[in-house]
Unconditional design. Structure first.
Length: 436
């Protein structure tokens, strides 16, 4: 996403945190496994017994967090505590949750080795992300960087004619400071970053961009925009015939052409360099063949009009969103991303994933649900100051998934993995050995 100069300066200041920018170069480096050994893998790999389940529960407890709600040992939540999350409540849907990891992340906000909870009913999905996570960890981890952070709401105003619309738009462009004050009076956490104006005939669209702190922010920006519209109607020199709080121009819960022009959520990039020997050992293919596949798949994505080109980013994001109480409908925009695979001059594999619309939160919304809180605690991503950390873990996870699926396709293991793990059949010994 191209960033205007002033916004780019704000991002640079936020990333630097008062340090010289050159220090980021030293910070965003791999953490070699030989220098910092990886923590143990999740126990009971490919075991579905009660005993294996208990081992994994004890393993998570050993990480410092109990999971009584995930295991079903806690009492069901009091229905009154679900106000704000559900209406006409009748019960809970149960979706299996598995762990992938350890996943090593070298980011500004997320640094260390993480076990990532994923909720899914698709066999082979957790195994694939687990394989990719351990590959990344062995290679020194994924380097992650979050730049733009904003969420939009886009009201529309309809006038009698173009002249009134132009008058209104010209007035609105000079009211930015007044709009910022209106937002401050409405929300303690929301902050107005920008307003873009678009005229279409007698229509005027105002696209308000907000910083929403550690909340995903959809409700926050709705309430702030409602206050802004009240301010506008009270002060505008030309009244609209009618108006709407949202014009379908914010990109909310859909993949649009705006996805790579403006960030909705957090713009996060993850990269890694995988030594050739690790690619051959873990993925049973070569960097060259993976780059060949990427080129073919990229052309295929472009030819079919894909907004963003990737393997299965939506799989990892949806599973993490379900486990961690995120707005699952936002997978529509959050999974718009680009995967890139190249062979380095040394014959290793360079891999990168760009996610321009990763809309996640560590407070509010579904993060209040008991199971979501347990999943977030496993990654230390619950509460204030942790939303960007969650975003960087999510980006690293998607990179792990992209490496694993491309490796499976290149090695001819894709169908066999789904046959063994996705149909209730016992895993073939060779497949188990390959995954380990």
């Amino acid at each position: 996403m191209p960033i205007p100069q002033e916004q780019a300066l704000q991002v640079a200041r936020r990333l630097a945190r008062g340090r010289p920018m050159i220090e980021l170069v030293d910070l965003l480096q791999p953490t070699p496994a030989e220098d910092t050994p990886a923590p143990p893998r999740v126990p009971g790999l490919r075991e579905w017994s009660e005993g294996a389940l208990r081992k994994r529960v004890e393993f998570v407890s050993g990480l410092g967090t109990g999971i009584p709600h995930l295991t079903g040992e806690a009492e069901r939540p009091d229905p009154s505590t679900l106000r704000g999350s559900i209406e006409n409540y009748i019960g809970m849907v149960q979706i299996p949750v598995g762990l992938a990891g350890p996943l090593r992340v070298n980011g500004i906000h997320a640094r260390g080795d993480f076990y990532v909870p994923l909720a899914t009913s698709e066999g082979a999905l957790v195994a694939s992300y687990d394989r990719g996570a351990n590959l990344l960890t062995a290679a020194g981890g994924a380097i992650c960087l979050t730049t733009t952070e904003q969420v939009q709401r886009a009201p529309a105003f309809v006038f009698d004619a173009l002249a009134q619309a132009a008058h209104f738009a010209a007035w609105a462009t000079g009211e930015f400071e007044a709009f910022q004050e209106a937002v401050k009076r409405t929300s303690r956490h929301g902050r107005l970053l920008d307003v873009a104006t678009h005229i279409e005939g007698n229509h005027v669209y105002l696209i308000f961009a907000f910083h929403t702190g550690d909340a995903a922010g959809q409700n926050m920006v709705t309430l702030c925009t409602a206050a802004l519209c009240e301010e506008i109607l009270a002060r505008t020199p030309v009244q609209p015939r009618y108006w709407f709080l949202e014009s379908n121009m914010s990109g909310d819960k859909k993949a649009t052409a705006l996805s790579f022009l403006q960030t909705r959520g957090r713009n996060v990039t993850a990269e890694a360099r995988i030594p050739r020997a690790l690619v051959e050992q873990v993925l049973h293919t070569t960097p060259q063949r993976m780059a060949d596949y990427w080129r073919v798949s990229f052309v295929g994505g472009v030819r079919t009009g894909s907004i963003g080109v990737n393997g299965h980013i939506a799989n990892g994001i949806a599973a993490l969103f379900l486990a961690c109480g995120q707005d699952v409908a936002c997978v529509s925009e959050a999974s718009v991303g680009v995967t890139r695979l190249e062979v380095t001059d040394d014959g290793d594999l360079y891999a990168a994933v760009s996610l321009p619309n990763l809309i996640v939160g560590s407070v509010g919304g579904g993060t209040r649900l008991p199971t979501a809180q347990e999943c977030l605690r496993i990654m230390d991503c619950l509460g204030d100051g942790r939303a960007t950390k969650l975003a960087e873990i999510c980006a690293a996870l998607t990179l792990a998934g992209e490496l694993s699926i491309v490796g499976a396709l290149c090695a001819g293991e894709f169908a066999r993995a789904h046959a063994a793990l996705g149909r209730g059949a016992p895993a073939e010994p060779s497949l188990k050995e390959e995954a380990e």
